[in-house]
Design a protein around this ligand. Structure first.
Ligand code: SF4
Ligand code: SF4
Length: 503
């Protein structure tokens, strides 16, 4: 284990502002709680890319793990599977809080929890790289820590760029959010095995697990799993790298700064700049669930937390309405705001039928705060909070007064929409909304209208803008052809999930 503690210099620190998150209480749970919804609403677009196509009709019976949405032919698309057994009652168009409008399959539970016969432990776990890719593709796995980039596309891009190192992101740092940390406690073996699968597909030997030094329990689980799995994989080099607990440490640009002492510009990627690829730990858990259990990506752990209640982590079928998730909380008061996502980067949500999707890591309930709305008092707190090379108060003023060129000189376009400046601003200024919107407008246009960020607890109100390019999604889109090449080779791909495009 690396003795050094990595981090970047500024931002919100756990020992002060993050104390409100009560981030240690969740570990009291002996096991992950489960939510059994009476119905699920499964959007066909939950990821970066094109909508899946429904393969079922109203009246059809479906089982847990059954594919109900096939990837659109020849596109950057992933399949969708049911996380409950029951009957399809409706296919309708819904609009998610991030502005994405898509078809959604409504399935009413039969309360029998019957698994599709294809969901069963795999007998022979010695799957080759091509087979693993087929399984990951057919399982509908997308990145669970952010915009939902299809995992197969990310692997393909890393392969093309010949990366040398796999980084496992265990650096969940946003206030309240603990679902990834909980996964580490419950499934560290799965995370390590998922990492080994990806490393062997990419043909790389170095796997580094990035985790906060304060997460001692998770560190212990992770190290135990590595120690027990390592003897079977003598060619691989495992390392646990400790970081200081800061928000937003898990962002790839801040990881690059801490780990490689390199500044990534807004169009740089880890793959190209340092020869490393970064995967969220929960995504790797999903990879091994697909390989070992033949279980497609149809459920996930979600943190439910907030100002007025204890934190829980619950395992929910994808598509569960947030109304059912909130039933696990103590009463939610009317003076609270419900956030679809994390406290600083999630989206306010009023429709309790809004479903959990593959990228929803939290439902956060936040007290409504009266915004002070005063002019800037020049306290400098936003500068101290901003993790990148930006002075939010100056950028805000320049943007608001139409001085765009000067705002660019102040690096406003580098904003990563983390929400930290708005959170700390005592004047209640909409710093993040203003600067992140500006940043999005001054980057290359992304092909989709997804991956928006917004504030909930604090005061910024970003409209439904496209900040997908802020996370370099287009770089993955460019590799769509490569992605297609890998998935159309039907002779060599095992098709574990019934109902999909190639079955
Ligand atoms: S939202 Fe942008 S400007 Fe504000 S702290 Fe985060 S990176 Fe800095
Ligand atoms: S935190 Fe708010 S009040 Fe303080 S300097 Fe920044 S913009 Fe001004």
């Amino acid at each position: 284990m690396s003795p050094k503690k990595y981090s970047f210099m500024k931002s919100i620190f756990s020992e002060n502002a993050l104390n409100f998150s009560r981030r240690t209480r969740y570990v009291c749970e002996s096991m992950t709680e489960r939510v059994y919804p009476s119905k699920i609403i499964l959007p066909m677009k939950q990821h970066y890319g094109v909508d899946a196509i429904p393969t079922v009709e109203p009246g059809d019976e479906v089982l847990i793990g059954q594919c109900v949405g096939a990837p659109a032919p020849g596109t950057f698309s992933v399949p969708v599977h049911s996380g409950i057994s029951g009957k399809v009652t409706e296919i309708k168009t819904i609009t998610l809080p991030n502005g994405v409008s898509t078809k959604a399959i409504v399935i009413e539970s039969d309360r029998k929890r019957t698994f599709h016969p294809s969901v069963r432990p795999r007998q022979d776990l010695n799957v080759d790289a091509k087979t693993s890719m087929g399984i990951i593709k057919n399982a509908g796995i997308v990145g669970m820590g952010g915009e939902g980039i299809p995992t197969v596309a990310k692997i393909n891009r890393a392969k093309k760029l010949k990366v040398k190192e796999l980084l496992v992101n265990c650096l969940q740092s946003e206030p309240y959010a603990t679902c990834d940390l909980h996964r580490i406690c419950d499934n560290s073996d799965y995370i390590v095995m998922g990492a080994i699968v990806i490393a062997s597909i990419l043909g790389i030997k170095n796997i580094r697990f990035l985790i906060s030094c304060d997460r001692k329990l998770e560190l212990g689980f992770l190290q135990n799993s590595i120690d027990s799995i390592k003897p079977d994989n003598p060619d691989l080099k495992f390392e646990v790298v400790k970081f200081k607990e800061r928000f937003p440490q898990g962002h790839f640009r801040l990881i690059a700064r801490a780990l490689y002492s390199i500044e990534l510009n807004e169009n740089d990627t880890l793959e190209e700049s340092v020869g490393a690829v970064l995967f969220n730990c929960s995504t790797l858990n999903a990879v091994w669930e697909a390989i070992a259990d033949n279980m497609p990506f149809c459920s996930r752990v979600v943190t439910i937390a907030g100002d007025t209640t204890d934190s829980h982590n619950v395992l929910v079928p994808i598509g569960t309405p947030i109304r059912d998730v909130l039933s696990k909380m103590s009463p939610v008061f009317s003076s609270c705001r419900i956030v679809w996502g994390n406290a600083l980067t999630g989206l306010s949500c009023t429709d309790l039928d809004t479903p959990i999707i593959k990228t929803t890591s939290a439902i956060t309930v936040i007290k409504m705060l009266e915004s002070p709305k005063t002019p800037c008092i020049h306290c400098g707190m936003c500068y101290d909070a901003c993790p990148i090379d930006v002075i939010p108060s100056i950028c805000y003023k320049l943007i608001k007064t139409g001085h765009e060129k000067k705002a660019l000189l102040e690096n406003a376009h580098k904003c990563i929409a983390c929400g930290a400046c708005s959170y700390v601003c005592p004047a209640g200024l909409d710093l993040t909304g203003t600067i992140a919107t500006f940043a999005a407008q001054h980057k290359k246009k992304s092909p989709t209208n997804e991956a928006m960020s917004n504030n909930s607890r604090t005061r910024f109100t970003m409209d439904k803008i496209d900040i997908g390019d802020a996370s370099l999604l287009e770089a993955y889109a460019e590799d769509d052809d490569m992605y297609k090449e890998d998935i159309i080779d039907e002779d060599t791909i095992v098709l574990p999930f019934e109902g999909g495009k190639y079955v």
